[in-house]
Ligand binder design. Structure first.
Ligand code: UD1
Length: 418
């Protein structure tokens, strides 16, 4: 096992370039399967979810080559429509391989996907979306068999704007004759990025970022070179690191317009934030002020992936604040660890009430999921003494060496083998 060891009390200061977004890169890697020609993603972070996705692509018969941060996927030789069991269980995003594989082979087999333990995370919306396109889905023994021999363009309506299901259906429909419409689509910026990349590959998709996405089927897609958008959650986490320690930080390649929900909350807590195109500067106050409430929502609401980092911030703020988690049902699993560090959090169902304390104290704590692990690191930056966050590998799913990024910003953080 690997752990992060943090000596608290150092101010986070300096300038850093924001990596590409995990949630953009994963569907983009899946989209590479849509064409026989090579697709290059020019800026892929070293995160384990991307590595697992590459393993899946390789096992399906794709050739993947890397040069620095650029990754090229050639899916010409793909020969398999069955997703490898072990890898599908490792990352949830393996589910949106369904759409591209169906598009290529008109059939696909996957196991139920894995991923962070942050809730039930069913896949009913993915399957109902595909059924609306004529896919016959048969579930048996933990496997999902999809027969797309009669696939056609169609009208898809989601009861809830699921990010993954929207992406899956976009990819399944891109080469179906006729026009497919996705109603109540998710509006996350990563969906617009997927649309724009697929269009660079010759697709005809419009409307991403809005409630309805229209996909006009094309005969085939071709290769492309694409730079994924940068990561609003990584950027938000780094802003929180500065906010937590009374620091001052500059982020370049920051997705400024996609972060308004996050920057507004940080302003509410007393941070001074300066914005320019692709650049953010944050100066933290000596002591943060608690916001009165925060509710997670689908985009453009406050992102659930930043909720637990804000929970950590609130622990050390002056005053009392309430957080309501509306997207996932099990996302306060780190409250106990934060309380062990001296915080005062009371959770009931989807609500957490936090009374800010002046001091947090170092402790040995456990990352239970990706964002929760990052939040414990944030708490450690502020805590008096030494904090050990076990299971660093969960944080590696979505942050490219978080300890190195924070160390570069002056924090005392390292990775140890335990
Ligand atoms: C994506 C993100 C994840 C983020 C989440 C919400 C990627 C790779 N991951 O995950 O980081 O936390 O969006 O912003 O992009 N749901 C169903 N049935 C389904 C699908 C989803 O009930 O078939 C529910 C989920 O249980 C959850 C809610 O819908 O409660 C949101 O899930 P969804 O938007 O699908 O998230 P993901 O695509 O899994």
């Amino acid at each position: 096992m690997e752990s992060f060891l943090i000596k608290g009390g150092k101010r986070v200061e300096g300038s850093l370039r924001v990596d590409s977004a995990k949630n953009a890169v994963l569907p983009l890697l899946a989209a590479c399967v849509l064409t026989e020609e090579p697709v290059t993603l020019t800026d892929v972070p070293h995160i384990s979810d991307a590595h697992h996705m590459v393993e899946i692509l390789t096992m399906l018969g794709c050739q993947v080559t890397c040069e620095g941060k650029a990754m090229t996927v050639s899916a010409g030789g793909i020969h398999n429509w069955e997703m490898p069991d072990r890898l599908s269980k490792q990352i949830r995003s393996s589910i949106f391989m369904l759409g591209p594989i169906l598009s290529r082979f008109r059939k696909a087999t996957v196991t139920y996907p894995g991923g962070c333990e942050i809730g039930l995370r069913p896949i009913d919306l993915h399957l109902s979306g595909l059924r609306s396109l004529g896919v016959v889905v048969h579930e048996e023994g933990g496997m999902i068999y999809c027969d797309g021999s009669d696939m056609h363009a169609g009208e898809v309506h989601f009861d809830y704007p699921s990010v993954g299901a929207t992406e899956n259906v976009m990819m399944a429909a891109v080469c179906l004759p006729g026009t497919t419409a996705i109603h109540n689509a998710a509006r996350e910026p990563e969906i617009a990025d997927l649309q724009n990349c697929i269009n660079a590959m010759g697709g005809k998709i419009r409307g991403a970022g809005g409630h309805t996405i229209e996909i006009e089927g094309v005969d085939r897609l071709h290769g492309a070179v694409w730079e994924p958008i940068s990561d609003r959650i990584v950027a938000g986490t780094l802003l929180c690191a500065a906010a937590m320690t009374g620091g001052e930080i500059e982020l370049t390649r920051a997705p400024v317009d996609d972060m308004i929900a996050i920057t507004s909350k940080l302003r509410e807590m007393g941070c001074v934030i300066h914005e320019e195109p692709k650049l953010l500067r944050l100066k933290a106050p000596e002591r943060l002020a608690a916001f009165s409430q925060l509710q997670t929502q689908p985009h453009p609401g406050f992102p659930t992936d930043m909720q637990v980092q804000m929970l950590a911030l609130l622990c050390a703020a002056e005053g009392t604040g309430v957080i309501v988690e509306n997207v996932f049902e099990n996302r306060f699993t780190h409250a106990g660890d934060l309380n062990r560090m001296g915080a005062n959090i009371l959770c009931s169902g989807r609500t957490a009430v936090v009374r800010g304390v002046k001091n947090l104290y170092g402790a040995r704590v456990t990352a239970r999921d990706l964002r929760g692990g990052a939040a414990l690191v944030l708490a450690g930056l502020r805590a008096q003494g030494v904090t050990q966050v076990d299971h660093a590998e969960l944080v590696d799913r979505g942050y490219d060496h978080l300890e190195a990024q924070l160390y570069q910003l002056g924090a005392d953080v390292k990775r140890i083998e335990t």
